[in-house]
Design a protein around this ligand. Structure first.
Ligand code: GNR
Ligand code: NI
Length: 168
């Protein structure tokens, strides 16, 4: 099992826009496997390749209680979003120890390729809808704290930089 290192905010590499996957081949499936292993080890309910310094549009998600329902999203796109939105408390493996509410569309329809290159569509609500929007943000170089006020972002940046310094 090869675990990947998760970048921590405010690492500038988290703001890289990921490139689409051209061909879903064994190389891509190997990245998917490593992302899934890293997500389950963390543990988290989702992980975007960007968080592991891989700038390709690949996301893994598992919002099941038993953590045994892996979903793979390659080149995911939000094709529809509800007009009504909802506030949800979010956390992020790249922003350890920080949880805050973000407002997002309540339901989204996402189209993506699976690990065999097959196109599929999901209509997501609840936690899956929150998680997919959070992961698509990562692929676009956006971390959830960027939905918070500038003051909160500044405080979070300071807190994480201090935590990093104290580890040395
Ligand atoms: O593990 C995670 N939990 C979570 C909780 C609420 C909203 C979003 C998330 S995603 C997060 C894992 C992560 O950082 N994915 O990018
Ligand atoms: Ni995250």
């Amino acid at each position: 099992m090869a675990l990947l290192t998760i970048l921590k905010y405010p690492d500038p590499r988290l703001h890289t826009v990921a490139k689409p996957v051209a061909v879903v081949d064994d190389r891509v499936r190997s990245i998917v496997r490593q992302l899934a292993d890293t997500m389950y080890d963390a543990p988290g309910i989702g992980l975007a390749a960007t968080q592991c310094d891989i700038h390709e549009r690949i996301v893994v998600v598992d919002v099941s209680e038993t953590m045994n329902e892996l979903r793979v999203f390659i080149n995911p796109e939000i094709v529809q979003a509800s007009l009504d939105s909802k506030r949800w408390e979010e956390g992020c493996l790249s922003v350890p120890g920080v949880f805050d509410e973000v407002e997002r569309p309540d339901r989204v329809t996402v189209r993506a390729l699976d690990e065999f290159g097959q196109s599929f569509t999901v209509e997501a609500d609840g936690l899956l809808a929150v998680c997919l929007q959070h992961e698509l943000d990562h692929l676009n170089g956006r971390v959830f704290v960027q939905h918070l006020s500038r003051l909160k972002q500044t405080r979070i940046r300071g807190k994480l930089l201090k935590a990093e310094r104290e580890l040395v």
